[in-house]
Ligand binder design. Structure first.
Ligand code: FES
Length: 352
């Protein structure tokens, strides 16, 4: 326990470090060193030694299990526990080799830690901390060297050089702005609109044939594009990338989102195929759960609830394309997506 300045011990709950008369604090020193059992009891030392040796021994056994299992518990060759070539054989092979390696590695670490904590030299060292500040003479000498350097360089006598130097240093960062002018035109409202317009038929992606509502079977999924979007369309690839849409048909009774159902046609719902996380194509559909899944980072969207995000890093639902059928029974858009498709951006809702 630390002592007070007068040599007495502080009462319980009272700070042991009383301020010195000059306002500083005395060096509190180190608490008394507590010896480990193995340092003072030879039996405990022996016991610790045996424990460390036993752990290294278990590690050797783990290594032996790993090596042996590599030859006698194999997935496609000899397997003591399961039929060769079966899934079970693979499972046993992975289990035993993994366990053997885990035991070998774990017990080497455990033995090393136990050895260090019980038997390695137990000394407390104090590293003295020196003042970082230089002496008054050293500091005065440094200031003298600087002043001398400035005088020798004649900076004060050459205002022309100083002025031009300042101009050069200010001008240089401006040069960094120049490349910004070559970044091309600003996107304008292109991020807010796609090629879809009212009355455009939904056509199968690639073969371009329009789709009748009657062709869309329950729980099926189609990848669609606007029928008018062709290779002759200006900026064809950009337009394709933005207009990519999937349609699925669900039982309207399962729909939990009135607005979403109203924007579809008899359970046929059309959503942007571009993930609202960072723009991968959302192309996987689970028929049983009615979830659409983005394969990139597993964002999952619930089709029965307006493609709301139920899992993953995406933050907003897939925008829904409003659709209906025309006089011939073909599915047509009744307008563009109501909000920008794909990853979100700062001014996304500005047009609203
Ligand atoms: S791009 Fe779809 S989850 Fe990341």
């Amino acid at each position: 326990m630390n002592q007070n300045l007068d040599g007495s011990f502080p009462a319980r709950g009272v700070s042991a470090i009383a301020p010195k008369e000059d306002g500083g604090f005395p060096n509190p020193g180190l608490p008394p060193h507590v010896h480990r059992q193995a340092d003072i009891d030879p039996k405990a030392e022996k016991r610790a030694e045996r424990i460390v040796a036993a752990m290294f021994g278990i590690s050797v056994i783990g290594t032996a299990i790993f090596i042996a299992s590599y030859f006698v518990v194999t997935p496609t060759g000899t397997n003591l526990f399961a039929e060769t070539g079966s899934t079970s054989a693979l499972w046993w092979s992975n289990l035993i080799t993994g366990l053997g390696l885990a035991i070998a590695v774990f017990f080497i670490g455990a033995a090393a830690v136990h050895w260090a904590k019980t038997l390695m030299p137990d000394e407390e060292m104090v590293e003295e901390r020196h003042e970082l500040k230089g002496s008054e003479e050293t500091r005065a000498a440094a200031v003298g060297i600087l002043t001398e350097g400035i005088q020798e360089a004649g900076i004060g006598r050459r205002p022309l050089i100083v002025t031009s130097m300042v101009a050069a240093l200010v001008a240089l960062p401006i040069a960094i702005l120049a490349p910004l002018s070559t970044l091309g035109p600003l996107p304008g409202n292109k991020l807010h609109h796609t090629f879809w317009r009212a009355g455009m038929r939904l056509a199968r992606d690639h073969d371009g044939t329009p789709i009748r509502a009657a062709d869309v079977a329950m729980n099926s999924i189609f990848h669609v594009m606007p029928e008018e979007l062709t290779h002759e369309t200006p900026h064809y690839l950009e337009e394709r990338a933005k207009a990519a849409t999937v349609i699925v048909r669900i039982d309207p009774a399962l729909g939990q989102n009135e607005e979403s159902l109203a924007n579809g046609y008899e359970g046929i719902l059309a959503f942007s195929k571009i993930c609202t996380h960072v723009g991968c194509p959302v192309a996987l559909y689970e028929q049983q759960t009615h979830h659409m899944l983005c394969p990139c980072h597993q964002s999952t969207f619930d089709v029965t609830d307006g493609a709301k995000v139920i899992f993953g890093p995406a933050h907003r639902p897939l925008p829904q394309l409003p659709i209906e059928v025309d006089a011939e029974g073909y599915l047509v858009a009744t307008g563009d997506f109501p909000e920008p498709i794909g990853p979100s951006f700062w001014e996304m809702y500005k047009e609203k």
